[in-house]
Design a protein. Structure first.
Length: 149
């Protein structure tokens, strides 16, 4: 066997007719691209959401509801969760800085404490918001609460 005797396997290749090489080739003229329009031209790129002049779906669907631009979203911690987190991380105080340094919240998150579950450990809290019941339960255990804006 030599390089000049090598051939591809039977049926693995087939001859394609070269497009746009004159009328006699059978694929001349428009080169199978049809007449006129952007798809016939070189450099055509299909736009992702273009629906060919039909009213786009984001304009057909009715708009519902209201998004409040002034809504404040909190990362919520329950008192039961705080006990588990304190066992794992041993907090000296439960504040936004300690939560961020332990990777529990992101830098811009606001923290709110809710009263679900029981709190056994005495901690000082520095958070953005908390429920009235949570404040009662924290102070009943002997902890202190400071609301940070």
């Amino acid at each position: 066997m030599k390089l000049h005797t090598l051939k591809p396997a039977e049926g693995s290749t087939h001859k394609e007719k070269r497009l746009g090489r004159g009328e006699a080739s059978g694929k001349g003229g428009t080169s199978t691209k049809g007449n006129k329009g952007s798809q016939q031209r070189a450099g055509y790129q299909r736009k992702n959401a273009h629906e060919g002049g039909q009213m786009p779906i984001q304009r057909r669907i009715p708009k519902r509801g209201f998004k409040n631009p002034d809504r404040v979203e909190y990362t919520v911690f329950n008192l039961g969760q705080i006990d588990q987190l304190n066992e794992k991380y041993t907090f000296s105080e439960f504040s936004i800085d300690t939560l961020y340094s332990n990777g529990l919240i992101s830098k811009t998150d606001k923290v709110k404490i809710l009263a679900t579950g029981e709190l056994k450990s005495k901690l000082s809290f520095k958070v953005n918001a908390l429920s009235a019941k949570a404040k009662e339960l924290i102070e009943a255990v002997g902890g202190s609460v400071e609301v940070v804006k």
